[in-house]
Design a protein around this ligand. Structure first.
Ligand code: AMP
Ligand code: MG
Length: 431
């Protein structure tokens, strides 16, 4: 498997060297960086914690610093299968015989005495017996009855793991705000913790809006489409440790939209909708929200995903994604996901950016920051290359499925040509 060279600094939203503000001044559109900054500064991360079994902690955020109650490893142990000896018995020239007087097994240490020129058979992870300090690999000795023969050239204390080599008792091992994944689960277990205090999972409610939307399994009439956004949003949320509340499709009806928002606000930390945030005549989302909450309606200088609403309905954070299916995914990833991560208390959230050489043109007009759907791969030299998936319009959801990354084309850039190097955001594991 080839490794993707990654940039792991905090999510650098890529903008042209002409600067993000230029888009704002010229067009009245908000840049992605401006929108992201406004969103993040308006969020107060949650603080309520719960105690969970570490087996159930995957994807949670630590609510407290973790201090180690023990040394890890807890005792001096062998890194190899071999023979434990005293270093000062080792030969400085030629070879020397050692009498084998016992065995130290992992979990069953040798407790007897060890005299001069004696050795102990020792297994990987077994305690290095008192009086010995060096392990000779079993491949480096020869055997003769109840003796082993060791040649010169071994180093004192080789193949021995010291107590506290990984973690010392009293060390702060994990910091509050850290996302718990496989390594952290194992680390907590290695310290002996059966449970851990984590920030409670967020409750996320979502619904689609639009009279044209039909549910799957229903028959489409003229002018209708299936509601796909709710499934995409549900899929994206499943990557997160959140409680998901699917509220279905709400028709373009003032009263029903208001009831849906109030309902969602009462039972959730986050409300996500799709559609109805642009200026269509029958979209009542905007009107309702202006009445119910403090909502910003933005036109973003990004493509796809120009209209976006963000704010609060009662105490719940509201993210109003655009209606077009690709815009839903792009704006969720660029703005919704960082917002949810920040609210959840995750202090280390980053997005991976890699550089790739373009092999086919990406057509573009200057003015907005493009997230074109693209496929990265490796060329014959092992270098990362990228090409588009074909049609780039914001309703072409099949392109999102063909793609494995966003190709990020800077705001002021026009068409990008073969040979140019651009930033890409791989999807793998992210959305
Ligand atoms: P709107 O912002 O509501 O005007 O929607 C913009 C476009 O996205 C329209 O073509 C809608 O039909 C489409 N759209 C809105 N909601 C959905 C949805 N849940 N699933 C699929 N397409 C949608
Ligand atoms: Mg609509």
């Amino acid at each position: 498997m080839k490794k993707i060279p990654v940039n792991i600094t905090p999510p650098p939203i890529q903008v042209s060297s002409a600067g993000c503000d230029s888009a704002n001044l010229l067009t009245g559109l908000l840049t992605l960086e401006q929108a992201r900054a406004k969103i993040l500064e308006s969020i107060t991360p949650i603080t309520q914690s719960i105690n969970v079994n570490i087996m159930e902690s995957f994807g949670s955020v630590l609510a407290e610093d973790i201090t180690s109650p023990i040394n890890v490893p807890n005792y001096k142990n062998s890194a190899m299968d071999g023979y434990a000896v005293k270093a000062h018995d080792l030969p400085s020239t030629a070879t020397k015989k050692f009498k084998l007087v016992g065995t130290s097994w992992a979990g069953k240490p040798y407790l007897g005495e060890i005299k001069e020129n004696q050795c102990i058979r020792i297994m990987t992870g077994a305690k290095v017996p008192e009086g010995t300090d060096t392990v000779i690999m079993q491949e480096h000795i020869s055997k003769e009855d109840d003796h082993i023969i060791i040649s010169a050239g071994h180093k004192a204390e080789q193949n021995v793991r010291c107590a506290g080599e990984d973690i010392k008792q009293g060390d702060t091992v994990l910091k509050k705000g850290k996302l718990i994944k496989a390594a952290e689960m194992g680390l907590l277990a290695s310290l002996g913790f059966p449970t851990v205090n984590v920030l409670r999972p967020l409750k996320v409610s979502f619904f689609s809006t639009g009279d044209e939307l039909k549910g799957v399994g229903e028959t489409l009439e003229d002018g209708q489409i299936y509601d796909s956004n709710r499934y995409t949003i549900f899929g994206m949320l499943q990557k997160l440790n959140v409680e998901i509340n699917d509220m279905g499709v709400i028709p373009d009806d003032r009263k029903k939209i208001e009831v849906a928002f109030l309902n969602a606000a009462d039972q959730s930390d986050v409300i996500i909708t799709s559609g109805g945030v642009s200026v269509g005549d029958a979209d009542y989302v905007k009107e309702t929200l202006e009445k119910l909450g403090q909502i910003n309606f933005w036109k973003l200088a990004i493509k796809p995903g120009k209209p976006l609403a963000f704010g609060k309905v009662k105490q719940a954070m509201f993210i109003g994604l655009p209606g077009n299916p690709v815009s839903v995914m792009a704006t969720y990833y660029q703005l919704g996901l960082p917002a949810i991560q920040h609210l959840s208390g995750n202090q280390n959230y980053t997005q991976v950016i890699a550089k790739a050489r373009v092999t086919e043109p990406f057509y573009k007009r200057p003015g907005r920051l493009d997230f074109q759907r693209a496929i990265f791969s490796y060329d014959e030299k092992g270098e990362l290359v990228v090409k588009g998936v074909g049609m780039q319009a914001s309703h072409i959801l099949s392109g999102m499925s063909l793609a494995n990354c966003f190709a990020i084309i800077p705001t002021e850039s026009g068409t990008v040509h073969p040979g140019d190097v651009i930033d890409i955001q791989p999807f793998e594991g992210l959305i």
